[in-house]
Design a protein around this ligand. Structure first.
Ligand SMILES: [Zn+2]
Length: 73
């Protein structure tokens, strides 16, 4: 089951939740500051890397930059 990470817009607390692909929703209330509807989904690229068998890979994303325009920042 994948991990979905959310960040509170108020206090910037991070929350990681194990949720199903078909049913992943942001927490209604921030567990840190108790504000409602402030949790926003954030994406952590490291989660994708973590799927591999090894922590280190020769698959360097920097070397592939010229081959992909998907990186917008
Ligand atoms: Zn908060």
């Amino acid at each position: 089951m994948p991990i979905y990470e959310y960040e509170c817009e108020m206090c910037h607390a991070h929350v990681e939740l194990h949720q199903s692909v078909s049913e992943h929703t942001a927490p209604a209330v921030c567990p840190s500051c108790n504000c409602e509807h402030t949790m926003k989904r954030i994406f952590t690229p490291s989660a994708v890397i973590f799927k591999g068998n090894g922590y280190y890979s020769t698959d360097n994303p920097v070397a592939k930059n010229s081959n992909s325009d998907s990186h917008k920042e």
